[in-house]
Design a protein around this ligand. Structure first.
Ligand code: ZN
Length: 172
């Protein structure tokens, strides 16, 4: 396993659509493990492959509270197959948009179909934080960031803050 570098906005790779995975092989399993390690180290509760510059439809998540009992989820080619009409608002953040948070409204519940690390098709229903997190990560695979749900004014403000933060990190 290896830690990978997380891309920060405005990296153009974060705005691109990713390709489906054709076969879940050792290369993909290694990618999944690297992504989980990178996500836990950050620390974060979700990570999509384009965030480490790999343009494939792969995401990992772990929304468990208890750090002693990790509940990692590895999803290849995840697809949201239904969503509830009812929505909820969560304050979202993103490892590619460090230290910035904003309220985003999304469906409360979703159904997701994906391939697991053995290439077997799985289907789950998710609500609460897991639902939000899945939708956020699947968005990444289509080049959509949570800031795309905000006004242009707010989005630009966040971008400027991140650029300032990155600059001060580099000169520190
Ligand atoms: Zn994100």
């Amino acid at each position: 396993m290896a830690l990978r570098e997380i891309l920060i906005i405005p990296d153009p790779r974060l705005k691109k659509e990713c390709d489906p995975v054709e076969e879940v092989n050792d290369e993909i399993r290694e990618l999944l493990n690297d992504m989980l390690e990178t996500m836990y180290a950050a620390p974060g509760i979700g990570l999509a492959a384009p965030q480490i510059g790999v343009m494939k439809r792969v995401i990992v998540l772990d929304v468990s509270d208890d750090k002693e009992k990790p509940e990692p989820l590895k999803m290849v080619n995840p697809e949201i197959i239904w969503e509830s009409e009812d929505t909820s608002v969560y304050q979202e953040g993103c490892l590619s948009i460090p230290e910035q948070y904003a309220d985003v409204e999304r469906p409360i519940e979703v159904g997701v179909r994906y391939l697991d690390e053995n290439g077997k098709e799985q289907e789950i229903e998710a609500d609460g934080l897991l639902s939000t997190c899945i939708q956020h990560e699947v968005d990444h695979l289509d080049g959509i960031l949570f800031t795309d749900y905000l006004s242009a004014l707010k989005r630009n403000m966040i971008l400027k803050k991140v650029q300032k933060l990155q600059k001060s990190k580099k000169s520190a």
